[in-house]
Design a protein around this ligand. Structure first.
Ligand SMILES: [Zn+2]
Length: 266
């Protein structure tokens, strides 16, 4: 006779899926507010053993991880709890208490991946459509590093209406402060693809890119126009063409720089 559920390495496994083992989860739920940095780290380690079952774990735990910044191994220093961090601690526990039953992935079922991002964390849940309902298979979440967080903020603010570079810098500096904020925001705004596509009249200077080395003659030809020059036999402009592979160069005098004349000359 097979059992309809088994315990395995801290997990309870049933025919439908798996979830944290109730007594292990209970031990974490009974965990007292950690007094030392070391205790806090132990708590986070325990809870993260079940991370796959926790929705938005990174977001919930972020304030607690802040407390570990600069901590040493076996750090016996006291944690300075605030209302905020105490709330995070409780939230971690509630999250575990409500931990979802995760279905086993079954081949052939439709999958969906829902993602969500806040100011400082990204989260995702992978689900499968089973008996007309979406069942979670796994949760994923990650805290963003400083630059990623800042970029996230930039995208939130700039992404609403894609204002120009100056306005974006103004909006950002009204609300946020970090070193080099103006420079960084200016660069991000300059590089925004949507803005570049919409505002063709604006000159955007893109960063110098690496050209791939062509391996054939005339597969890549750089052209440029020079002029207006003093007239010579009626010609006032020059079309220059350089083959990138052989560096063969041509300069063709032309009358005007209309697309038609340049095209024909080329
Ligand atoms: Zn933009």
């Amino acid at each position: 006779m097979g059992a309809d559920q088994v315990e395995y390495l801290g997990f309870l496994i049933t025919a439908e899926g798996s979830r944290p083992l109730p007594e292990k989860a209970q031990a974490i739920l009974n965990y007292k507010l950690p007094e030392t940095i070391h205790d806090l780290r132990t708590f986070l380690g325990m809870i993260n053993f079940y991370r796959r079952y926790l929705k938005d774990a990174a977001k919930t735990q972020a304030p607690l991880h802040e407390l570990l910044k600069g901590a040493k191994k076996k750090d016996r220093r006291k944690v300075h709890w605030t209302d905020d961090t105490r709330r995070s601690f409780e939230k971690c526990k509630t999250g575990l208490a409500e931990a979802a039953l995760l279905s086993f992935p079954k081949s052939g079922l439709p999958l969906s991946l829902c993602t969500d991002a806040s100011d400082f964390a990204v989260g995702a849940v992978l689900q499968q459509l089973e008996n007309e309902g979406w069942k979670p298979i796994a949760f994923y979440s990650k805290k963003l590093n400083e630059t990623q967080t800042r970029f996230q903020i930039f995208q939130l603010i700039h992404g609403l209406a894609h204002p120009g570079i100056k306005s974006t810098v103004k909006l950002m500096t009204e609300k946020y402060v970090w070193s080099d904020i103006k420079k960084q925001v200016r660069e991000w705004a300059k590089a925004c693809i949507r803005c570049q596509k919409c505002k063709v009249s604006r000159h955007t200077k893109s960063k110098l890119g690496e050209f791939e080395q062509p391996d054939e003659r005339f597969s890549v030809v750089h052209i440029d126009l020079i002029g207006k020059l003093p007239p010579s036999e009626g010609m006032q402009y020059c079309l220059t063409c350089i083959d990138r592979f052989s560096c063969w160069m041509e300069a063709i005098p032309i009358l005007e720089i209309t697309a038609e004349i340049v095209g024909r000359a080329f």
